[in-house]
Design a protein around this ligand. Structure first.
Ligand code: ATP
Ligand code: MG
Length: 429
């Protein structure tokens, strides 16, 4: 046998039956998005490297060390597998002049790529669902996005998710804070780790985002950005809080919440759970009013979030909220080759009438014994076995046998009445 080829470390297959959980979650998301009038956008998985360098910022974990970048062999272009989708969405919106008639509410789902150390809740190919509202200003839109995520938690029934919010203010307010921050960290330079020292002058705000517990004291005693905010920024933050209050959405203000990417201003937020250990942030986002201009568009505001699908599914599993995996309504037992044409015609009718039918098949060209087919029918989880034996088929009939409630009970049905039977099945569900 040839040597086996295995998947790349940190990149996972999603297999049945678990893939049904993914489909189910995606459907819940589509429902909620539709109720908020957010529309689906799909952008390429590969983008020019420059897009991410320019939008995420050069001094970020993602751009510094997590991107899968490569040269296009054919034309030498610098390309990158998208590490997130906001940059791609903004590029598409600018390129297609989508804000021409006003703002757009968009959502996406799909794989993202980051070269991280794989561990629970942290993979190299992972999946995000994200929502973006582009071309809209005002804290009420930030609130809408938070309510959107909150609605999804409600719809899914998840418990133990808390919301943290903060305001990063505007660039000029951050500048004054940045100077105070540099003074503070310079005064305690011996407490900074290597990343901290390197970021001290390039991006000191990001030091606040450190995951190094040893740096906790020096980060906690650092000047708070909230104390540097002007009237307008504070007003926006108040508006957001008032809307969350009026909707009964609990939150805490975390003055050290800065987010990993450079492009945020004003509102930032995270939904965090304690149920998943270290990788507890399941959804994160904020406002990014400078990003569209940075990517070459006419200046326009934006706000959005992204959630980690693997983490949300893990949380749902942890809290026993995942639905059962799907089973067919019926399993077609076909012991005789000669019955195949008639059987498959009947099965086809049932499928068109909305009944899920799994047809027997096996690794060999023979169909296998009656007994072995019934074993398969039982294993399939189907509610009924449809038996297309030679005798039944000769009479123009099929035997319907219950496999679950009242197992064993069976009736013979004329094939001409099979569609009717399908309808009675649907209405009894
Ligand atoms: P972290 O601090 O955990 O590295 P981040 O700030 O890099 O997260 P974002 O870029 O804000 O994450 O991505 C939004 C969400 O996507 C995260 O909150 C998380 O749920 C999920 N996510 C990010 N990176 C990964 C990964 N490598 N594997 C699985 N999920 C991830
Ligand atoms: Mg990260």
């Amino acid at each position: 046998m040839a040597e086996k080829i295995t998947a790349i470390k940190g990149m996972n297959d999603v297999l049945p039956p678990q893939s049904a959980h993914w489909e189910w979650l995606e459907q819940q998301v589509r429902d909620v998005m539709a109720r908020f009038a957010y529309r689906n956008i799909r952008t390429p998985i590969v983008e020019p490297t420059g897009l991410f360098v320019r939008s995420l910022g050069e001094v970020t974990d993602v751009v510094e060390k997590e991107m899968y970048s490569f040269e296009d062999k054919l034309n030498g272009e610098a390309l990158t597998l998208r590490p997130e989708n906001t940059a791609g969405v903004v590029r598409a919106v600018v390129e297609n002049n989508m804000l021409y008639e006003g703002g757009k509410r968009l959502y996406y789902m799909g794989p993202m790529f980051r070269h991280e150390r794989p561990q629970r809740g942290r993979y190299r190919q992972f999946h995000q669902i994200g929502a973006e509202a582009l071309g809209f200003s005002g804290a009420h839109v930030d609130a809408e996005l938070i309510l959107l995520a909150h609605s999804l938690w409600q719809q899914l029934g998840v418990q133990d998710v808390r919301l943290e919010i903060n305001s990063l203010g505007q660039p000029d307010e951050r500048k004054a804070h940045r100077e105070a921050l540099i003074r503070h960290f310079e005064a305690h330079a011996e407490l900074l780790d290597e990343d901290g020292k390197r970021r001290l002058h390039s991006n000191p705000l990001r030091i606040l985002d450190t995951k190094n517990p040893a740096m906790k004291p020096v980060v906690e005693s650092a000047p708070r950005l909230l104390d540097f905010l002007g009237e307008a920024s504070l007003q926006a933050f108040e508006t957001l809080q008032a809307i969350l209050h009026s909707n009964g959405v609990a939150f805490t203000i975390n003055p050290r919440l800065v987010r990993g990417l450079d492009y945020y201003n004003l509102t930032v937020f995270e939904f965090i759970t304690e149920s998943l250990g270290a990788q507890g942030t399941i959804c994160a986002g904020g406002r990014y009013d400078g990003l569209i201009e940075q990517v070459g568009g006419k200046p326009a505001p934006g706000v959005g979030w992204a959630m980690g699908v693997e983490r949300v599914l893990e949380l749902l599993k942890e809290q026993n909220l995942l639905p059962g995996v799907p089973v067919p309504d019926a399993y077609a037992v076909i012991p005789d080759m000669a019955s195949l044409p008639v059987a498959m015609q009947a099965i086809q009718q049932l499928r068109m009438a909305g009944v899920a039918v799994q047809m027997h098949a096996s690794a060999t060209a023979e169909l296998g014994s009656f007994k072995s087919q019934f074993k398969k029918a039982d294993g399939s989880g189907a509610r009924y076995a449809l038996v297309f034996g030679a005798d039944e088929v000769a009479e123009g009939c099929v035997t319907v046998k219950s496999l679950r409630d009242g197992a064993g009970a069976q009736v013979k049905k004329p094939l001409a009445e099979i569609a009717q039977w399908a309808n009675s099945l649907q209405s009894s569900d």
